[in-house]
Design a protein around this ligand. Structure first.
Ligand SMILES: NC(=O)c1ccc[n+]([C@@H]2O[C@H](COP(=O)([O-])OP(=O)(O)OC[C@H]3O[C@@H](n4cnc5c(N)ncnc54)[C@H](OP(=O)(O)O)[C@@H]3O)[C@@H](O)[C@H]2O)c1
Length: 339
């Protein structure tokens, strides 16, 4: 097992992506120091404590992004740190301070703690495609977004895209700090993450799929989708692969909500289409996000899922699991026959 004898810290360990990351790390034999804001909240800890290996190798630490030095204990003695904690407030009406401060100040806070620990060989930063593609350039079907793209903070601010602004400023600051302090850092930039939930709470990126199933009216927006298990695995491979460096976009496909609905409906023909649904809209051509760097560094291939070469029919599986997870946790009003 690649992680045997190694100690890593996962910040925001009870979150959607982080829970999968902790699960995979424990399976690989790592000892995990997991930070949560409230160790007494069973919603944040129970699903992690139930994981294989948790009893022996999972340790909780309380830490808050806005508290200076809060992560010192958690990262002390670690071989690696996965910094995933950040508020994911994509759709709600939030203020700039709610999102930008914890993202930016929190990232620097975590890195400052890491800089004090010589045993840390690499920090993996969970950034986002939000820090890549929001620069005002039109995203037409001839465009391929790649790791050379950086979101423009001015554009994000003017457009009141606070989540995008926070992720962009946090990644920018993280690169600057890690270079100045000789921290070996790799950034993972996933698109909209979907797939089964481990945690008993609904996170922001899975909500649109739930809305589609429930028939809630949502705008036909285009997103960049990726499986949560691939995202977690890519974090670990980026830590373990000595040649990994820089940033990696992780996007399986770009599709609008109607495109996702079209896939869902192949499985559940009785699902009611959104009001304005049309086949043309569902199949609208769109831009692409490059997979080249991530594939070249084999951040995916070790999964043995060959995710990016899966035919469309296999991708359906991931939507099914999402719905099943949602059903189990939220007792949706979706008839069981549909699942
Ligand atoms: N989901 C996506 O589609 C997506 C896509 C690209 C990038 N990302 C990035 O991936 C990371 C995890 O996202 P997720 O979807 O897994 O989100 P999530 O389930 O909402 O988890 C976010 C985590 O951040 C922690 N957190 C938030 N504010 C905090 C604070 N002030 N102090 C300490 N911890 C705080 C939360 O801790 P508590 O449990 O204590 O509340 C939670 O564990 C984020 O950095 C996000 O920007 C997500």
């Amino acid at each position: 097992m690649s992680g045997e004898g190694k100690v890593v810290c996962v910040t925001g360990a009870s979150g959607y992506i982080a829970s999968w990351l902790v699960k995979q790390l424990l399976r690989l034999g790592y000892t995990v120091k997991a930070t949560v804001r409230d160790t007494n909240d069973p919603k944040k800890t129970e699903h992690l404590l139930a994981l294989d290996g948790a009893k022996e190798r999972l340790h909780f630490f309380e830490a808050s992004l806005l508290e200076e030095g809060s992560f010192d204990f958690a990262v002390d003695g670690c071989d690696g740190v996965f910094h995933t904690a950040s508020p994911v407030l994509l759709f709600s009406n939030v203020s700039q301070a709610d999102v930008v401060d914890p993202a930016l100040k929190g990232t620097l806070n975590v890195l400052r703690s890491c800089a004090k620990v010589p045993s840390i060989s690499r920090v993996i930063l969970t950034s986002s495609i939000a820090a890549v593609s929001f620069n005002g350039k039109p995203l037409t079907p001839d465009v391929t977004v790649d790791e050379t793209w950086f979101s423009d903070p001015d554009f994000c601010e003017k457009s009141k895209l606070w989540y995008m602004l926070g992720k962009t400023l946090a990644e920018e600051a993280a690169w600057k700090f890690s270079e100045e302090n000789r921290i070996n850092m790799v950034a993972i930039n996933p698109g909209m993450v979907i797939g089964p939930l481990l945690q008993p709470t609904l996170n922001a990126s899975v909500k649109p799929v739930l809305n589609l199933v429930e028939g809630v009216k949502i705008p036909c927006e285009t997103y960049r989708w990726v499986d949560v298990r691939d995202v977690a695995k890519a974090h670990i491979l980026a830590f373990e692969n000595p040649t990994a460096c820089g940033r990696y976009c992780l996007v399986e496909r770009v599709a609008n909500h109607f495109g996702i609905f079209k896939i869902l409906r192949r499985l559940y023909p009785d699902l009611n289409p959104p009001e304005e649904y049309t086949e043309e809209k569902a199949s609208e051509p769109t831009y692409r996000v490059s997979k080249e760097r991530a594939q070249k560094e084999k951040l995916y291939q070790c999964l043995k899922m060959e995710y990016f070469s899966w035919p469309v029919s296999c991708n359906i599986e991931l939507k099914v699991e999402t719905i099943v997870s949602l059903y189990i946790f939220y007792h949706l009003s979706v008839p069981l026959s549909r699942l």
